[in-house]
Design a binder for this molecule. Structure first.
Ligand code: DX5
Ligand code: ZN
Length: 219
């Protein structure tokens, strides 16, 4: 495979009390910052309210990829685009009008992406592949960092890669990406990798990002 690799560290496992310095640790070696937004409704966990998230987005030296794990994605996705996210990812399971939500994200200048929980099939969302910039295939149940990578999701990644064909749509995987799993995900067809605990639990976060990139690029 020759397409570009992107490493997008998630700050879910970083120290929330000093986020800017945590972001600085990986800024020069990462492509995007993955910001996990959880509302304690769509998932049983809460991260940031909109004001705090907007502050992170506007202060981040890296472009921000906002991963919305929230109910009522239709209304919230556009707010995250307006707040300056480079990319907004919402869950198809949480949206009423997927096409309109994609359009409103794009209208505000952000890349639009749909996310699929492990039990959600790509087959039911094929009609949106003409509109999205990225598909996020969850490799854990959304809600928490540090979970085990679901290797059986690779079938969905491979299938999505085939369905995308030569369209310039990125495939992101999120959950359990580490030195042990990134090659498997790359082999299956992913090109954009979220890594939370692997990066921020490492004593050398930037070095870990480089190692992950190196492994993914070797495929
Ligand atoms: C989980 C989040 C992930 C999480 C990944 O619901 O969407 O982005 O931070 O963390 P790790 O890499 O530890 O699985
Ligand atoms: Zn995420």
């Amino acid at each position: 495979m020759t397409s570009e690799i992107r490493i997008t560290p998630s700050i879910l496992n970083a120290d929330f009390s000093k986020l800017q310095s945590e972001i600085q640790k990986i800024a020069s070696v990462s492509d995007l910052l993955h910001l996990d937004i959880m509302d304690n409704i769509f998932v049983p966990n809460f991260t940031f309210d909109f004001d705090k998230a907007s502050e992170i987005i506007s202060q981040s030296s890296l472009p921000v990829d906002s991963h919305l794990m929230v109910a009522d994605a239709d209304a919230i996705a556009v707010q995250y685009a307006e707040a300056g996210s480079a990319s907004v990812t919402f869950h198809v399971e949480a949206a009423r009008d997927i096409r309109a939500t994609i359009s409103s994200i794009k209208r505000h200048g952000a890349r639009a992406s749909i996310a699929l929980k492990p039990a959600t099939k790509i087959d039911d969302y094929l009609e949106f592949l003409d509109a999205v910039d990225m598909v996020l295939i969850m490799t854990v149940e959304p809600g928490f960092g540090g979970q085990k990578f679901m290797a059986h999701m690779m079938e969905k990644v491979t299938k999505t890669r085939k369905l995308i064909g030569d369209r310039p749509i990125w495939i992101q995987v999120d959950g359990g990406i580490s030195l042990e799993t990134i090659e498997i995900a790359r082999e299956a067809g992913a090109d954009t990798f979220v890594a939370g605990s692997a990066v921020f639990n490492s004593p050398e976060p930037a070095e870990m990002v480089n190692k992950l990139r190196q492994l993914a690029s070797s495929i």
